[in-house]
Design a protein around this ligand. Structure first.
Ligand code: NDP
Length: 390
Protein backbone atom coordinates (compact mmCIF):
# COMPACT_ATOMS: atom_id res chain seq x y z
CA UNK A 1 0.00 0.00 0.00
CA UNK A 2 1.06 3.60 -0.39
CA UNK A 3 2.12 5.73 2.54
CA UNK A 4 -1.54 6.76 2.84
CA UNK A 5 -2.60 3.10 2.77
CA UNK A 6 -4.64 3.26 -0.47
CA UNK A 7 -4.15 0.95 -3.44
CA UNK A 8 -3.26 2.91 -6.59
CA UNK A 9 -4.40 2.09 -10.08
CA UNK A 10 -1.67 1.64 -12.69
CA UNK A 11 -1.52 1.42 -16.49
CA UNK A 12 1.60 0.18 -18.25
CA UNK A 13 2.14 1.31 -21.84
CA UNK A 14 4.73 -1.04 -23.34
CA UNK A 15 4.06 -3.79 -20.79
CA UNK A 16 5.86 -6.49 -22.81
CA UNK A 17 9.14 -4.58 -23.08
CA UNK A 18 12.20 -4.36 -20.87
CA UNK A 19 10.94 -1.45 -18.74
CA UNK A 20 7.45 -2.98 -18.77
CA UNK A 21 8.84 -6.26 -17.38
CA UNK A 22 10.79 -4.47 -14.64
CA UNK A 23 7.70 -2.47 -13.70
CA UNK A 24 5.51 -5.56 -13.56
CA UNK A 25 8.14 -7.35 -11.50
CA UNK A 26 7.77 -4.63 -8.86
CA UNK A 27 3.97 -4.76 -9.09
CA UNK A 28 4.16 -8.55 -8.67
CA UNK A 29 6.23 -8.14 -5.49
CA UNK A 30 3.95 -5.43 -4.11
CA UNK A 31 0.50 -6.69 -5.09
CA UNK A 32 -1.35 -4.73 -2.40
CA UNK A 33 0.05 -1.39 -3.66
CA UNK A 34 -1.40 -1.52 -7.18
CA UNK A 35 -4.47 -2.50 -9.20
CA UNK A 36 -3.73 -2.87 -12.92
CA UNK A 37 -6.06 -0.98 -15.28
CA UNK A 38 -4.53 -1.38 -18.74
CA UNK A 39 -1.55 -3.18 -20.26
CA UNK A 40 -0.45 -2.48 -23.83
CA UNK A 41 1.97 -3.96 -26.38
CA UNK A 42 2.61 -3.67 -30.08
CA UNK A 43 2.19 -7.15 -31.53
CA UNK A 44 3.22 -9.53 -28.77
CA UNK A 45 -0.32 -10.77 -28.07
CA UNK A 46 0.62 -14.03 -26.33
CA UNK A 47 2.86 -12.37 -23.74
CA UNK A 48 0.43 -9.51 -23.24
CA UNK A 49 -2.47 -11.88 -22.64
CA UNK A 50 -0.45 -13.88 -20.11
CA UNK A 51 0.44 -10.68 -18.24
CA UNK A 52 -3.13 -9.39 -18.36
CA UNK A 53 -4.38 -12.66 -16.86
CA UNK A 54 -1.66 -12.76 -14.21
CA UNK A 55 -2.30 -9.18 -13.07
CA UNK A 56 -6.09 -9.16 -13.57
CA UNK A 57 -5.97 -6.14 -15.90
CA UNK A 58 -9.23 -4.51 -16.94
CA UNK A 59 -8.09 -4.21 -20.54
CA UNK A 60 -5.24 -5.42 -22.78
CA UNK A 61 -4.42 -3.58 -25.99
CA UNK A 62 -2.21 -4.36 -28.98
CA UNK A 63 -1.24 -1.43 -31.19
CA UNK A 64 -0.92 -3.73 -34.18
CA UNK A 65 -4.53 -4.57 -35.14
CA UNK A 66 -3.36 -7.74 -36.88
CA UNK A 67 -2.53 -9.16 -33.44
CA UNK A 68 -6.03 -8.51 -32.03
CA UNK A 69 -7.61 -11.86 -33.02
CA UNK A 70 -4.79 -13.72 -31.23
CA UNK A 71 -5.19 -11.48 -28.18
CA UNK A 72 -8.98 -12.02 -28.14
CA UNK A 73 -8.52 -15.77 -28.34
CA UNK A 74 -5.89 -15.81 -25.60
CA UNK A 75 -8.15 -13.77 -23.28
CA UNK A 76 -11.36 -15.69 -24.01
CA UNK A 77 -13.31 -16.39 -20.84
CA UNK A 78 -11.08 -14.18 -18.69
CA UNK A 79 -13.43 -11.20 -18.49
CA UNK A 80 -10.54 -8.97 -19.61
CA UNK A 81 -11.42 -6.64 -22.48
CA UNK A 82 -9.21 -6.82 -25.58
CA UNK A 83 -8.66 -4.01 -28.06
CA UNK A 84 -6.39 -3.24 -31.00
CA UNK A 85 -5.01 -0.30 -32.97
CA UNK A 86 -3.08 2.86 -32.18
CA UNK A 87 -6.29 4.68 -31.17
CA UNK A 88 -7.10 1.91 -28.68
CA UNK A 89 -3.68 2.37 -27.03
CA UNK A 90 -4.45 6.09 -26.67
CA UNK A 91 -7.87 5.23 -25.17
CA UNK A 92 -6.20 2.89 -22.69
CA UNK A 93 -3.83 5.66 -21.65
CA UNK A 94 -6.76 8.05 -21.29
CA UNK A 95 -8.43 5.81 -18.71
CA UNK A 96 -6.69 7.96 -16.14
CA UNK A 97 -4.97 5.48 -13.85
CA UNK A 98 -3.42 7.03 -10.75
CA UNK A 99 -0.04 6.32 -12.33
CA UNK A 100 0.77 5.51 -15.96
CA UNK A 101 4.12 3.99 -16.89
CA UNK A 102 5.01 5.37 -20.33
CA UNK A 103 7.36 2.65 -21.62
CA UNK A 104 6.57 2.32 -25.33
CA UNK A 105 9.75 2.63 -27.39
CA UNK A 106 10.09 5.53 -29.79
CA UNK A 107 7.82 8.33 -30.92
CA UNK A 108 5.00 5.75 -31.19
CA UNK A 109 4.60 6.39 -27.46
CA UNK A 110 4.02 10.12 -27.85
CA UNK A 111 0.24 10.28 -28.36
CA UNK A 112 -0.53 7.71 -25.60
CA UNK A 113 1.82 9.54 -23.19
CA UNK A 114 0.11 12.83 -23.99
CA UNK A 115 -3.29 11.18 -23.40
CA UNK A 116 -2.12 10.07 -19.95
CA UNK A 117 -0.79 13.56 -19.20
CA UNK A 118 -4.18 15.04 -20.17
CA UNK A 119 -5.71 13.07 -17.26
CA UNK A 120 -3.70 15.24 -14.85
CA UNK A 121 -2.41 12.31 -12.79
CA UNK A 122 1.09 10.84 -12.35
CA UNK A 123 3.00 9.77 -15.46
CA UNK A 124 6.24 7.82 -15.00
CA UNK A 125 8.23 8.63 -18.13
CA UNK A 126 10.63 6.06 -19.57
CA UNK A 127 9.73 6.89 -23.20
CA UNK A 128 12.35 9.62 -23.68
CA UNK A 129 11.71 9.90 -27.44
CA UNK A 130 8.23 11.32 -26.67
CA UNK A 131 9.64 14.17 -24.59
CA UNK A 132 12.52 14.79 -27.00
CA UNK A 133 10.08 15.14 -29.91
CA UNK A 134 7.32 17.07 -28.17
CA UNK A 135 9.45 19.04 -25.63
CA UNK A 136 7.57 22.33 -25.21
CA UNK A 137 4.19 20.82 -26.20
CA UNK A 138 4.50 18.13 -23.54
CA UNK A 139 5.82 20.36 -20.75
CA UNK A 140 3.03 22.87 -21.48
CA UNK A 141 0.46 20.06 -21.19
CA UNK A 142 1.97 18.99 -17.87
CA UNK A 143 1.74 22.57 -16.57
CA UNK A 144 -1.83 23.01 -17.85
CA UNK A 145 -3.22 19.74 -16.52
CA UNK A 146 -1.29 19.62 -13.23
CA UNK A 147 0.00 16.14 -14.12
CA UNK A 148 3.12 14.95 -12.29
CA UNK A 149 5.91 13.83 -14.64
CA UNK A 150 8.16 11.37 -12.83
CA UNK A 151 11.43 10.61 -14.68
CA UNK A 152 12.24 6.90 -14.98
CA UNK A 153 15.43 7.10 -17.02
CA UNK A 154 18.04 6.30 -14.37
CA UNK A 155 19.95 9.56 -14.98
CA UNK A 156 16.88 11.79 -14.81
CA UNK A 157 15.47 9.93 -11.87
CA UNK A 158 18.82 10.51 -10.14
CA UNK A 159 18.72 14.24 -10.94
CA UNK A 160 15.08 14.42 -9.79
CA UNK A 161 16.14 12.91 -6.45
CA UNK A 162 19.19 15.22 -6.16
CA UNK A 163 17.04 18.30 -6.82
CA UNK A 164 14.40 17.42 -4.22
CA UNK A 165 14.15 20.08 -1.55
CA UNK A 166 16.57 22.42 -3.38
CA UNK A 167 15.90 25.65 -5.24
CA UNK A 168 16.84 25.16 -8.95
CA UNK A 169 18.13 28.76 -8.92
CA UNK A 170 21.09 27.51 -6.86
CA UNK A 171 22.09 24.85 -9.43
CA UNK A 172 25.54 25.42 -10.88
CA UNK A 173 25.46 22.40 -13.21
CA UNK A 174 23.69 19.12 -13.86
CA UNK A 175 25.94 16.26 -14.96
CA UNK A 176 24.53 13.24 -16.74
CA UNK A 177 26.68 10.14 -16.45
CA UNK A 178 27.09 7.80 -19.43
CA UNK A 179 28.52 4.28 -19.44
CA UNK A 180 30.10 4.99 -22.82
CA UNK A 181 28.46 1.91 -24.31
CA UNK A 182 30.04 -1.30 -25.63
CA UNK A 183 32.37 0.50 -28.07
CA UNK A 184 33.83 2.98 -25.59
CA UNK A 185 37.38 1.77 -26.16
CA UNK A 186 37.11 0.87 -29.86
CA UNK A 187 38.90 2.82 -32.60
CA UNK A 188 36.98 4.45 -35.48
CA UNK A 189 37.67 1.66 -37.93
CA UNK A 190 36.30 -1.02 -35.59
CA UNK A 191 33.29 1.15 -34.62
CA UNK A 192 32.46 1.56 -38.31
CA UNK A 193 32.34 -2.23 -38.75
CA UNK A 194 30.29 -2.88 -35.57
CA UNK A 195 27.46 -5.40 -36.05
CA UNK A 196 23.93 -5.26 -34.60
CA UNK A 197 24.77 -8.20 -32.31
CA UNK A 198 27.75 -6.27 -30.90
CA UNK A 199 25.75 -3.06 -30.56
CA UNK A 200 22.92 -4.57 -28.49
CA UNK A 201 25.37 -6.11 -26.00
CA UNK A 202 25.46 -3.34 -23.40
CA UNK A 203 28.23 -3.63 -20.78
CA UNK A 204 26.18 -2.60 -17.71
CA UNK A 205 22.44 -2.49 -18.53
CA UNK A 206 20.01 -5.04 -19.97
CA UNK A 207 17.61 -3.14 -22.26
CA UNK A 208 15.51 -3.28 -25.43
CA UNK A 209 17.28 -3.32 -28.83
CA UNK A 210 16.65 0.30 -29.84
CA UNK A 211 17.95 1.92 -26.66
CA UNK A 212 20.92 -0.48 -26.67
CA UNK A 213 21.95 0.72 -30.13
CA UNK A 214 21.38 4.32 -28.98
CA UNK A 215 23.74 3.63 -26.06
CA UNK A 216 26.37 2.28 -28.44
CA UNK A 217 26.23 5.40 -30.67
CA UNK A 218 25.86 7.63 -27.58
CA UNK A 219 22.66 9.00 -29.15
CA UNK A 220 20.95 7.73 -26.00
CA UNK A 221 22.98 10.30 -24.05
CA UNK A 222 22.16 12.90 -26.67
CA UNK A 223 18.43 12.19 -26.31
CA UNK A 224 18.85 12.26 -22.53
CA UNK A 225 20.57 15.64 -22.78
CA UNK A 226 17.47 16.97 -24.55
CA UNK A 227 15.22 15.18 -22.05
CA UNK A 228 17.11 16.84 -19.17
CA UNK A 229 16.79 20.23 -20.88
CA UNK A 230 12.99 19.91 -20.69
CA UNK A 231 12.67 18.19 -17.32
CA UNK A 232 15.09 20.46 -15.45
CA UNK A 233 14.95 23.95 -16.98
CA UNK A 234 18.26 25.31 -15.68
CA UNK A 235 19.52 26.23 -19.16
CA UNK A 236 21.46 24.23 -21.73
CA UNK A 237 24.80 25.78 -20.65
CA UNK A 238 24.45 24.11 -17.24
CA UNK A 239 24.02 20.59 -18.64
CA UNK A 240 27.10 18.36 -18.80
CA UNK A 241 27.94 14.77 -19.71
CA UNK A 242 30.66 12.63 -18.16
CA UNK A 243 31.63 9.05 -19.01
CA UNK A 244 31.38 6.72 -16.03
CA UNK A 245 31.85 3.11 -17.19
CA UNK A 246 30.67 1.42 -13.98
CA UNK A 247 27.12 2.95 -14.13
CA UNK A 248 27.04 3.31 -10.34
CA UNK A 249 26.70 7.10 -10.09
CA UNK A 250 23.53 7.70 -12.09
CA UNK A 251 23.93 11.48 -12.35
CA UNK A 252 24.63 14.49 -10.17
CA UNK A 253 23.69 18.06 -9.40
CA UNK A 254 26.32 20.64 -8.48
CA UNK A 255 25.21 23.63 -6.41
CA UNK A 256 26.62 27.16 -6.17
CA UNK A 257 28.22 26.47 -2.78
CA UNK A 258 30.46 23.72 -4.20
CA UNK A 259 28.27 20.84 -3.01
CA UNK A 260 27.68 18.03 -5.48
CA UNK A 261 24.73 15.73 -4.79
CA UNK A 262 24.82 12.40 -6.62
CA UNK A 263 22.51 9.39 -6.65
CA UNK A 264 24.18 5.98 -6.63
CA UNK A 265 22.68 2.54 -7.05
CA UNK A 266 22.99 -0.80 -8.82
CA UNK A 267 22.52 -0.83 -12.62
CA UNK A 268 19.03 -2.25 -12.36
CA UNK A 269 16.08 -0.30 -13.76
CA UNK A 270 13.90 -1.53 -10.92
CA UNK A 271 15.57 1.05 -8.65
CA UNK A 272 14.56 4.19 -10.60
CA UNK A 273 11.21 2.61 -11.52
CA UNK A 274 10.50 1.95 -7.82
CA UNK A 275 11.48 5.52 -7.01
CA UNK A 276 8.93 6.81 -9.55
CA UNK A 277 6.17 4.34 -8.61
CA UNK A 278 6.37 5.06 -4.88
CA UNK A 279 7.19 8.78 -5.08
CA UNK A 280 7.18 10.69 -2.76
CA UNK A 281 7.44 7.59 -0.53
CA UNK A 282 9.79 4.62 -1.04
CA UNK A 283 9.12 0.96 -1.73
CA UNK A 284 11.10 -2.28 -1.45
CA UNK A 285 12.94 -3.73 -4.43
CA UNK A 286 14.85 -7.02 -4.70
CA UNK A 287 18.02 -5.05 -5.52
CA UNK A 288 20.84 -5.38 -3.03
CA UNK A 289 22.29 -2.09 -1.83
CA UNK A 290 25.72 -1.16 -3.20
CA UNK A 291 28.83 -2.69 -1.69
CA UNK A 292 31.23 0.17 -2.42
CA UNK A 293 34.21 -1.59 -0.87
CA UNK A 294 33.66 -4.51 -3.26
CA UNK A 295 33.28 -2.11 -6.22
CA UNK A 296 36.56 -0.51 -5.17
CA UNK A 297 36.87 2.40 -7.54
CA UNK A 298 34.74 4.56 -9.78
CA UNK A 299 36.15 6.28 -12.84
CA UNK A 300 35.08 9.29 -14.89
CA UNK A 301 36.22 10.52 -18.33
CA UNK A 302 35.43 13.30 -20.77
CA UNK A 303 33.24 12.16 -23.70
CA UNK A 304 35.02 11.78 -27.05
CA UNK A 305 32.79 13.57 -29.57
CA UNK A 306 35.05 12.65 -32.49
CA UNK A 307 34.43 8.92 -32.21
CA UNK A 308 30.91 9.48 -30.80
CA UNK A 309 29.46 12.66 -32.38
CA UNK A 310 25.86 12.00 -31.25
CA UNK A 311 26.02 14.16 -28.12
CA UNK A 312 27.29 17.10 -30.16
CA UNK A 313 24.51 16.63 -32.72
CA UNK A 314 21.90 16.48 -29.95
CA UNK A 315 23.31 19.52 -28.18
CA UNK A 316 23.19 21.47 -31.45
CA UNK A 317 19.59 20.32 -31.99
CA UNK A 318 18.45 21.49 -28.58
CA UNK A 319 20.19 24.84 -29.11
CA UNK A 320 18.55 25.16 -32.55
CA UNK A 321 15.23 24.39 -30.84
CA UNK A 322 11.89 24.32 -32.65
CA UNK A 323 11.49 21.19 -34.77
CA UNK A 324 15.16 20.15 -34.56
CA UNK A 325 14.89 17.65 -31.66
CA UNK A 326 11.84 15.96 -33.23
CA UNK A 327 13.64 15.70 -36.57
CA UNK A 328 16.75 14.33 -34.88
CA UNK A 329 14.74 11.71 -33.01
CA UNK A 330 12.75 10.59 -36.05
CA UNK A 331 15.84 10.30 -38.25
CA UNK A 332 17.64 8.37 -35.53
CA UNK A 333 14.72 5.92 -35.16
CA UNK A 334 14.74 5.22 -38.90
CA UNK A 335 18.53 4.87 -39.00
CA UNK A 336 18.63 2.54 -35.97
CA UNK A 337 15.96 0.32 -37.57
CA UNK A 338 18.00 0.25 -40.82
CA UNK A 339 21.16 -0.66 -38.89
CA UNK A 340 19.38 -3.43 -36.96
CA UNK A 341 18.07 -4.75 -40.30
CA UNK A 342 21.68 -4.93 -41.54
CA UNK A 343 21.11 -2.23 -44.17
CA UNK A 344 23.57 0.46 -43.07
CA UNK A 345 26.90 0.68 -41.28
CA UNK A 346 26.94 1.62 -37.60
CA UNK A 347 28.55 5.03 -38.17
CA UNK A 348 25.82 5.92 -40.71
CA UNK A 349 23.24 6.12 -37.92
CA UNK A 350 24.34 9.44 -36.45
CA UNK A 351 25.44 10.67 -39.88
CA UNK A 352 21.89 10.13 -41.13
CA UNK A 353 20.42 12.15 -38.27
CA UNK A 354 22.87 14.96 -38.94
CA UNK A 355 22.18 14.88 -42.70
CA UNK A 356 18.42 15.08 -42.21
CA UNK A 357 18.85 18.02 -39.82
CA UNK A 358 21.10 19.75 -42.36
CA UNK A 359 18.37 19.59 -45.01
CA UNK A 360 16.45 22.36 -43.24
CA UNK A 361 13.86 22.43 -40.50
CA UNK A 362 10.08 22.66 -40.66
CA UNK A 363 8.15 25.28 -38.66
CA UNK A 364 8.38 24.70 -34.90
CA UNK A 365 5.49 22.43 -33.89
CA UNK A 366 2.97 24.00 -31.51
CA UNK A 367 0.60 21.06 -30.96
CA UNK A 368 0.69 17.29 -30.67
CA UNK A 369 -0.62 16.99 -34.24
CA UNK A 370 2.15 19.26 -35.52
CA UNK A 371 4.84 17.28 -33.66
CA UNK A 372 3.51 14.08 -35.24
CA UNK A 373 3.55 15.75 -38.68
CA UNK A 374 7.18 16.86 -38.18
CA UNK A 375 8.08 13.35 -37.02
CA UNK A 376 6.46 11.73 -40.06
CA UNK A 377 8.09 14.13 -42.51
CA UNK A 378 11.53 13.56 -40.97
CA UNK A 379 11.00 9.79 -41.19
CA UNK A 380 10.27 10.07 -44.90
CA UNK A 381 13.41 12.19 -45.42
CA UNK A 382 15.53 9.78 -43.40
CA UNK A 383 14.15 6.78 -45.31
CA UNK A 384 14.96 8.50 -48.63
CA UNK A 385 18.48 9.14 -47.39
CA UNK A 386 18.83 5.50 -46.35
CA UNK A 387 17.70 4.39 -49.81
CA UNK A 388 20.39 6.53 -51.41
CA UNK A 389 23.19 4.95 -49.36
CA UNK A 390 22.06 1.31 -49.25
P1 NDP B 1 11.49 -2.63 -25.56
O1 NDP B 1 11.81 -2.69 -26.99
O2 NDP B 1 12.01 -3.68 -24.65
O3 NDP B 1 9.88 -2.60 -25.36
C1 NDP B 1 9.09 -1.71 -26.10
C2 NDP B 1 7.63 -1.83 -25.72
O4 NDP B 1 6.88 -0.96 -26.56
C3 NDP B 1 7.06 -3.22 -25.94
O5 NDP B 1 6.00 -3.43 -25.02
C4 NDP B 1 6.51 -3.13 -27.37
O6 NDP B 1 5.50 -4.10 -27.65
C5 NDP B 1 5.95 -1.72 -27.34
N1 NDP B 1 5.87 -1.13 -28.66
C6 NDP B 1 6.81 -1.15 -29.64
N2 NDP B 1 6.38 -0.49 -30.73
C7 NDP B 1 5.15 -0.01 -30.43
C8 NDP B 1 4.17 0.72 -31.16
N3 NDP B 1 4.39 1.13 -32.42
N4 NDP B 1 3.00 1.03 -30.54
C9 NDP B 1 2.76 0.62 -29.28
N5 NDP B 1 3.63 -0.10 -28.55
C10 NDP B 1 4.82 -0.41 -29.13
O7 NDP B 1 11.92 -1.18 -25.05
P2 NDP B 1 12.51 -0.76 -23.63
O8 NDP B 1 11.62 -1.27 -22.54
O9 NDP B 1 13.96 -1.02 -23.59
O10 NDP B 1 12.36 0.84 -23.70
C11 NDP B 1 11.10 1.48 -23.59
C12 NDP B 1 11.34 2.98 -23.45
O11 NDP B 1 12.01 3.21 -22.21
C13 NDP B 1 12.25 3.56 -24.54
O12 NDP B 1 11.83 4.85 -24.84
C14 NDP B 1 13.63 3.61 -23.87
O13 NDP B 1 14.45 4.62 -24.39
C15 NDP B 1 13.23 3.91 -22.43
N6 NDP B 1 14.20 3.44 -21.44
C16 NDP B 1 14.51 2.10 -21.38
C17 NDP B 1 15.43 1.65 -20.44
C18 NDP B 1 15.74 0.20 -20.32
O14 NDP B 1 16.47 -0.19 -19.39
N7 NDP B 1 15.23 -0.66 -21.18
C19 NDP B 1 16.11 2.57 -19.55
C20 NDP B 1 15.66 3.94 -19.66
C21 NDP B 1 14.75 4.35 -20.59
P3 NDP B 1 5.87 -5.56 -28.32
O15 NDP B 1 6.56 -6.34 -27.23
O16 NDP B 1 4.56 -6.12 -28.68
O17 NDP B 1 6.76 -5.26 -29.48
Amino acid sequence: MTAGGATRTITILGATGSVGASTLDLVRRNRDMFRVVALTANGNAAQLAALAREFGAEVAVVADEAALPELREALAGSGIAAAGGAAAVIEAAARGADITMAAIVGCAGLAPTMAAIECGKAVALANKEALVSAGEVMTAAVARTGATLLPVDSEHNAIFQCLAGNDPAHVHAITLTASGGPFREWDMERIHRATPAEAVKHPTWSMGAKISVDSATMMNKGLEFIEAFHLFPVGVEKLRIVIHPQSIVHSMVEYRDGSTLAQLGPSDMRVPIASALAWPARMDTPCAPLDLAAIGSLSFFKPDEVRFPATRVAREAVIAGGAAPAVLNAANEIAVAAFLAGQIAFTRIVQCAEDVLARGLPTPPASLEEVIAVDLEARVRAAELMESVI
